[in-house]
Design a protein around this ligand. Structure first.
Ligand code: ADP
Ligand code: MG
Length: 476
C-alpha cells in the first residue's frame, strides 16, 4: 500500500510543525503545495525563487531529516518554483527546477537550481510597470546645495560617479559613514534625486533601515513576504539610510542580504549610510558586513572652518538673507560641531531678528548664540589657543608639542605661546609645559620673536592680527 504525495507531505508537515514556531510554519510551510511523488522523489511547489532560497537557507536540515524519516534513505526533494509571467499579474506558471543527485550516500540531497535552467532573473519582467514606485526622496537635497569641503570630498565625488552611472562603477555598494548631522542623508538623497532626474527609466527608492524593518515585519504578519521581496528586487538604485539600525535584527538582515545580492548580481546600485564604518558595526552578520566592504566606504567628517563658512554663505544666499562677514565668521567659528547645529544657529538668529525687527550685528549674534552653545561663555585657555592656531595653519595640535624645528611649525608654536602669554593668566612655566615641557625662557624668547617679526614683516603681522581677531570673536 503506497502513500500519495499529499499523505507523505501531511506527515512531513506534522513533524515540521513540532520543530518550528507557529509564525514560521504559517509563513514558510503553509504555502507549500505537494505536487507529485515519483519513486523516492517528492516534488513540492513554492511561490517564488526567493521563497525557495529561504527554505534552503533556514530549513534545509529540518527538511532533509523529515523527508528521510518519512520516505526512508535515498529520499529526494524537488522544487517547482512559481515565476510570474510576463504580463505581470495574471496566471503564474511553473518552472521545474531540475535536480541532480550525484552522491550515492544515503543523505537526502535537495536540489538547487543551477545555471542553465530557465530561471533567469524571474523578477525582471518586461511587463511590470516600474514607474509606479514612489522614490520617497526629498527633492530639497541635491548636489548643488551639498557644499564640498575636505570633510566630504571623497564621499561627494564617489556619490557623483555613482549618480552618473548607477551600478556601473566599482562603488557598489557605496557605503557612506560619519557622525550625526554631517550630511549622510543629504548626500545619499542627492544621488537618488540626480538619478531620478537624469535617468528616467531607473527606479529609485530611498528608505531608512527602520522603515525597511517595519515593512518586513508587517509582511510577515500579512503573509506577503514574497511581495515584499519582489518589490525590492525591482529597484535599480536602492538607498538604505542608517543601516546601523539593522543591528541584532537577524531576520531583517537575512532578507536584506537576499535583496542585496539579487540587486548587486543584476547590476543594480546600492547606496548605504551608517554612523560608523563597516568594521565597527556590531550586531551585523559577518556575511553582510563583508558585502558592505565590497564597494567603496567613504566617510564624512566634521567640516572645517572654511566649509562651515561656505555652508553658511550658501544657506543665506538660498534663503535671501544677508549677514555681515563678522557675524558669519562668528557663527562659523563658534558652531564647531555638525552641520545641523550650524543650521540651527542660523535659524535662531533669523527668528530672533524677525521677531525683534533688529539687524543682526555681532553683539546680537553673540547674545543669541550664548544660549545655544555653552562654549561661548568659556574662559580662553591655552588649549583653545592651540586649537585655533593649529586650525588656521591646518596642522595637528601635537606638532606644537613636538621637537620639530620646521619653520612653519616653529612659527605656529611661537604665535601660540605669544597669545597664551597675552590672553591667559597662565605663568610662563605653565605655558611652557603645554608645549611639550619647554621652559619659561623658551616662552620669553617666543614672545620676543613674534614681537620683532611683527615690526619687520607685514604679512606675518597681518596673520597675527587675523588670529587675534578670531580669538576676540570667540572669547571676548
Ligand atoms: P546625517 O544624515 O549625517 O545625520 P543630514 O544629511 O541630515 O545628516 O544633514 C544635516 C543637515 O545639514 C541637513 O539639513 C543638510 O542639508 C545639512 N548639510 C550637511 N552637510 C552639508 C553640506 N556639505 N552642505 C550643505 N548642507 C549640508
Ligand atoms: Mg541621516
Amino acid at each position: 500500500m503506497t502513500s500519495t504525495h499529499q499523505e507523505i507531505w501531511e506527515k512531513c508537515l506534522a513533524i515540521i510543525k513540532d520543530n518550528v514556531n507557529t509564525q514560521s510554519f504559517k509563513t514558510w510551510f503553509d504555502p507549500i503545495v505537494p505536487v507529485k511523488l515519483e519513486g523516492k522523489i517528492l516534488t513540492i511547489q513554492v511561490p517564488s525563487l526567493f521563497f525557495f532560497e529561504w527554505l534552503e537557507e533556514h530549513y534545509v536540515s529540518l527538511l532533509k531529516k523529515t523527508i528521510k524519516k518519512e520516505m526512508g534513505p535515498g529520499a529526494k526533494l524537488e522544487y517547482n518554483i512559481i515565476v510570474e509571467n510576463s504580463s505581470g499579474g495574471t496566471k503564474p506558471h511553473t518552472i521545474k527546477v531540475p535536480t541532480q543527485r550525484n552522491k550515492s550516500d544515503d543523505d537526502l540531497e535537495i536540489s538547487i537550481p543551477t545555471s542553465g535552467t530557465s530561471i533567469k532573473n524571474p523578477f525582471i519582467i518586461p511587463g511590470i510597470k516600474k514607474v509606479n514606485v514612489d522614490s520617497q526622496l526629498n527633492a530639497a537635497y541635491s548636489f548643488s546645495n551639498f557644499i564640498e569641503g575636505d570633510c566630504n570630498r571623497l564621499a561627494r565625488s564617489a556619490g557623483q560617479a555613482v549618480a552618473a552611472r548607477p551600478g556601473g562603477t566599482s562603488f557598489n555598494p557605496l557605503f557612506i559613514y560619519g557622525g550625526v548631522g554631517l550630511g549622510k542623508t543629504h548626500l545619499a538623497q542627492a544621488i537618488g534625486n540626480q538619478v531620478k532626474e537624469n535617468l528616467k527609466n531607473k527606479t529609485v527608492l530611498y528608505i531608512t533601515s527602520e522603515k525597511f524593518t517595519s515593512q518586513f515585519v508587517e509582511s510577515i504578519k500579512n503573509n506577503s513576504i514574497n511581495d515584499f521581496v519582489n518589490f525590492y528586487q525591482l529597484i535599480d538604485l536602492l538607498i538604505v539610510d542608517d543601516v546601523q539600525f539593522f543591528a541584532n535584527k537577524d531576520k531583517t538582515q537575512d532578507i536584506f542580504f537576499h535583496i542585496f545580492n539579487h540587486l548587486q548580481q543584476n547590476g543594480k546600485q546600492l547606496v548605504l549610510t551608517s554612523d560608523r564604518p563597516p568594521k565597527d558595526l556590531q550586531g551585523l552578520e559577518e556575511r553582510l558586513l563583508s558585502r558592505f566592504k565590497w564597494g567603496l566606504s567613504a566617510d564624512i567628517q566634521i567640516p572645517d572652518f572654511e566649509t562651515r563658512y561656505a555652508i553658511m554663505e550658501h544657506k543665506m544666499y538660498a534663503d535671501g538673507i544677508e549677514l555681515s562677514k563678522d557675524v558669519i565668521e562668528y557663527v562659523a567659528y563658534t558652531m564647531t560641531g555638525n552641520v545641523r547645529e550650524l543650521e540651527g544657529a542660523l535659524i535662531s538668529l533669523l527668528a530672533h531678528s524677525s521677531l525683534t525687527r533688529k539687524e543682526i550685528d555681532l553683539q546680537l549674534a553673540k547674545d543669541i548664540l550664548k544660549n545655544f552653545v555653552k562654549q561661548t561663555t568659556k574662559e580662553l585657555t591655552i588649549e583653545h589657543i592651540q586649537k585655533l592656531v593649529c586650525d588656521h595653519f591646518e596642522m595637528p595640535v601635537d606638532l606644537l608639542k613636538s621637537k620639530t624645528r620646521k619653520r612653519h611649525i616653529v612659527q605656529a608654536r611661537q604665535i601660540s605661546m605669544y597669545f597664551a602669554k597675552n590672553f591667559t593668566r597662565s605663568s610662563l612655566s605653565n605655558i611652557g609645559k603645554h608645549f611639550g615641557g619647554r621652559d619659561h625662557s623658551t616662552v620669553i624668547h617666543a614672545c620676543q620673536t613674534v614681537q620683532d617679526l611683527m615690526q619687520t614683516d607685514t604679512r606675518f603681522k597681518n596673520k597675527v592680527i587675523e588670529l587675534e581677531k578670531l580669538i576676540n570673536v570667540n572669547f571676548k
